[in-house]
Design a protein around this ligand. Structure first.
Ligand code: RUQ
Ligand code: CUA
Length: 650
């Protein structure tokens, strides 16, 4: 009853705030002109930070500049992307393989940049696929997805993809508990049969290659978000849980019964040691590991057959529960590693746990019972403090480099700045509207760059010109260099950005790759010189070894193709200049175009169904004679004996 009225009240408040937000819009005057200066990046000048925003249901990652809010690129990750041919080209299709087959979409939530000694190193960015559990690694020199590993025994891969301070692991926790192993049982047998897995995926320090080191088999709760310990708490990982009630129906009510759920504290170093000494149980599992090779420009899929699981009860001292009020969502660790913040999303206050107190309580063995054999620490023993914010619906917290924390409040639509250690509220500013995550570049590391905070809002309403029933989600930039936050810019994003990760441009820009070297191209169908171009028939399959350079394809006339053939166009772009891709599209092809980077080879398949002479062309306006960059394929009847031939300039 209480919960019902609370929800009604808070939802009412949320709606009210959304509808009266309009009055809060800042107007003209001196303030807005100084704000304009702060975000103005003059033509020809460049932004100070990169911001990588998750694309949510777009399955992708988008790249923006800060403070301008200009969008630079959309990086395809879990979704087919016709703009580049990702997931359509023969080379990249394997990236989207899973144990459920080809899954060309996912729901991407939390990007995290690789770290060395707790600081951003800008080598890779990781992001989770929430729906068909996967973790992707993207190169921050090519801005291409290089690897995707599926996570077995998981469902709703949400407390992911956060990395430890030397990128030892990228961690993926399940949101939904499921029967492990999956089997056919009644749903109401949830309680004894469902489990939640927390996966620790090792990252090879040289190439970044991922491998599941172990999966911790936890009680059947929901594991919502997570963050690594850092500094003094390096070696630990923290996960918020909700639904410790283990409800399986009408969860909006049934999962809100317990006054406190838990933050699970996992000593992964201890478990790693246990595993390295032969601990854990190998169990059958089926999951795809997809790896893109930059020298062959080709991805391959390996289906894995087993995974190492760890029962937390077999590793004493490895897992503890920290009681945390009201179905906590965000789970954030401050730059020093001392404070673990759990935001009860049905609460007004923030709960801050102390790492030192947690260790003392563990050493003193002061437990408040156990859950499925896992010791529960006493709330009062681990509590560092509570922030009485006066806001409603706290979600996520980020940090600056001066000991301040910034927490979003979904229901009361605001960002609240407060002081670590004293818990006093310093400032609060409205967001438009219903903010979810927020991001400070480096805010999830030992070294934040506390100049801007970006609020990622869930509801847009009247912020932009209306575009039908759907509006892009809005992001807002606040200048946080002073005592008070100042809203300086408002810009639309793409998809639904959940979390984001930011990094100073000076770390990434100098190592951004400009071309692929043709002499390093190891693609089996590459043509390194136009004289090697050819067309080879192998039964019904025809392989076209084609090259491109401004402004022609070699060959550009092909005859002897027949209805019923399967034609592979393997196209190598011979340009060795920065920013000169060529495209390729064939009429009636049941796939997307390709966009081929300088020095790269990509393959497109065409199965011609009709007799005729059919054109193909370059899709990227590459030169003054781009419109001339085209060719023809003659398609003859299936039984014809037109000779196979190809040419350029005849
Ligand atoms: S979530 S709005 Cu998917 Cu990170 Cu909290
Ligand atoms: Cu090549 Cu247009």
């Amino acid at each position: 009853m209480k919960i019902y009225s609370y929800l009604t009240m808070t939802m009412g408040a949320a709606l009210m705030l959304v509808s009266c937000g309009q009055q809060n819009q800042s107007s003209n005057g001196a303030l807005s002109s100084s704000a304009a200066e702060k975000v103005y990046v003059a033509p020809g000048e460049q932004d100070e930070f990169y911001a990588f925003m998750s694309g949510g249901y777009s399955g992708n990652l988008t790249v923006y500049g800060l403070p301008s809010g200009r969008m630079f690129k959309e990086i395809p990750v879990f979704s087919q992307f016709p703009t580049s041919g990702y997931g359509y080209s023969e080379e990249t299709k394997p990236m989207l393989n899973t144990s459920h087959g080809f899954v060309p979409w996912d729901d991407a939530h939390h990007p995290d940049i690789s770290q060395t000694n707790g600081e951003l190193d800008g080598r890779w960015i990781f992001i989770n696929g929430n729906n068909t559990p996967r973790i992707a690694r993207i190169s921050l020199s090519t801005f291409e997805t290089e690897e995707i590993i599926e996570v077995p025994n998981s469902a709703g891969n949400h407390s992911s993809s956060f990395i430890t301070e030397n990128t030892e692991y990228v961690v993926a926790g399940t949101r939904f508990s499921v029967p492990i192993p999956q089997r056919d049982i009644p749903i109401n047998e949830y309680k004894s049969n469902f489990k939640g897995s927390l996966s620790f995926i090792s990252v090879d320090p040289e190439h970044g290659h991922m491998d599941i080191k172990f999966q911790l088999m936890m009680p059947g709760f929901n594991y919502d978000l997570s963050h690594p310990g850092r500094g003094k708490s390096h070696g630990w990982f923290f996960f918020t849980t909700y639904n410790t009630e283990e409800a399986h129906t009408l969860q909006e009510v049934n999962s809100s019964q317990n006054d406190k759920d838990f933050i699970a504290a996992v000593n992964w170093k201890k478990i790693e040691e246990y595993v390295n000494n032969g601990g854990g149980t190998k169990v059958p599992a089926e999951y795809a590991h997809n790896l893109y090779d930059e020298s062959t420009h080709t991805a391959t899929t390996t289906m894995k057959k087993e995974v190492l699981t760890v029962d937390p009860l077999k590793v004493p001292g490895a897992v503890y529960f920290l009681p945390t009020p009201k179905s906590p969502h965000g789970c954030d660790v401050d730059p020093s590693g001392q404070y673990i913040i759990g935001n009860g999303k049905l609460s007004a206050d923030l709960t801050v746990h102390s790492f030192d107190k947690m260790i003392a309580a563990i050493e003193g063995e002061k437990f408040d019972g156990e859950a499925y054999g896992i010791p529960i620490l006493k709330f009062e023993d681990v509590l560092a403090g509570q922030v009485k914010s006066g806001g409603l619906g706290p979600l996520h917290t980020e940090f600056d480099d001066e000991g301040n924390a910034y927490t979003t409040f979904f229901i009361s639509s605001e960002v609240v700045k407060w002081k670590l250690g004293t818990w006093e509220v310093i400032d609060r500013k409205p967001t438009y509207y219903s903010v979810g995550h927020l991001m400070i570049p480096g805010g999830n590391s030992r070294k934040p760059f506390g100049k801007y905070v970006v609020a990622l809002n869930k509801i847009t309403k009247d912020r932009y010109l209306p575009t039908g029933p759907e509006m892009e989600h809005s992001a807002q930039i606040y200048d946080i260099s002073g005592e008070k936050m100042e809203l300086i810019y408002d810009f639309p994003t793409h998809g639904e950005p959940h979390y984001a990760a930011g990094i100073p441009a000076e770390i990434l820009a100098p190592k951004s790759k400009k071309i692929y070297r043709l002499d390093e191209n190891k693609h089996p169908y590459a043509v390194l010189s136009p004289t090697e171009s050819k067309v080879v028939r192998d039964g019904n399959e025809v392989h076209v070894y084609m090259s491109t350079i401004r402004s022609h394809f070699t060959p550009d006339n092909i005859e002897g193709i027949k209805v019923g053939d399967k034609v592979y166009f393997h196209i190598t772009n011979h340009e060795q200049d920065f920013d000169v891709p060529h495209g390729f599209a064939m009429i009636g092809q049941n796939t997307s175009e390709l966009l081929i980077m300088p020095g790269q080879t990509k393959t497109s398949v065409w199965e011609p169904k009709k007799v005729g002479v059919w054109p193909f062309y370059c899709t990227d306006f590459c030169s003054a004679l781009h419109q001339e960059m085209q060719g023809y394929v003659r398609v003859s009847p299936a039984n014809s004996n037109v000779e196979l031939k190809w040419s350029l300039g005849e």
